[in-house]
Design a protein around this ligand. Structure first.
Ligand code: IMP
Length: 176
């Protein structure tokens, strides 16, 4: 079931920001040859689909998935890779595409794991970030939206696997 949520970032705002990010990334990687976009499942699938099509440079797409034990605010030790990339990234320009960065533990774990594979470059694009919740410093070169501490859903983001297909980003109460 998909419920509704109070609109925080509208469909039009998302569309405009994804176009801006696409233009900026295309410009920054114009001499890079080919960009390898790495989407983090499940939350990034809609953002990645739109961002990949907003680029004007050669790009390919791969995915990986991380599971976290327990609830939000996990420490890095509680994270585990459950689906790996299909392709090697050595000497490739890699852009990690994340739905949201909250405490930063997930992204820190991912960046460490991917850096060990010796890509030519490694950067991150996050649709949403909540800077006030950060526990680990993580570099995020491309940010869609900075938001205050709230649980957001829609445009790929879920609450208990619901709301992912809402076309906007909205706020729900965690016990709703
Ligand atoms: P972090 O490791 O605390 O940065 O958490 C990152 C992960 O927590 C994200 O990839 C999401 O899966 C999930 N998450 C954190 N905040 C939200 C939210 O507001 N809505 C939906 N998922 C969230």
């Amino acid at each position: 079931m998909t419920g509704s949520a109070k609109v925080l970032i509208s469909e039009a705002q998302i569309r405009a920001r994804v176009a801006e990010l696409g233009a900026q990334i295309s410009h920054d990687y114009r001499d890079a040859g080919e960009l390898m976009m790495v989407g983090i499942l499940k939350g990034s699938f809609i953002f990645l689909a739109d961002l990949a099509r907003a680029l004007a440079i050669p790009r390919r797409v791969d995915f990986l998935s991380i599971s976290s034990y327990g609830l939000r605010g996990n420490k890095a030790g509680a994270l585990r890779l459950i689906l790996d990339l299909r392709e090697p990234i050595r000497n490739r320009h890699v852009l990690v595409v994340e739905d949201i960065v909250d405490t930063g533990h997930t992204l820190a774990y991912l960046l460490e794991m991917l850096a060990a594979r010796h890509p030519a470059s490694l950067k991150t694009c996050a649709l949403v970030t909540k800077p006030s919740r950060r526990e680990r410093h993580v570099p995020i070169e491309y940010v869609g939206f900075e938001i205050p501490d709230a649980w957001v859903v829609g445009y790929g983001l879920d609450y208990k696997d619901r709301y992912r297909t809402l076309p906007y980003i909205g706020v729900i109460e965690p016990d709703q």
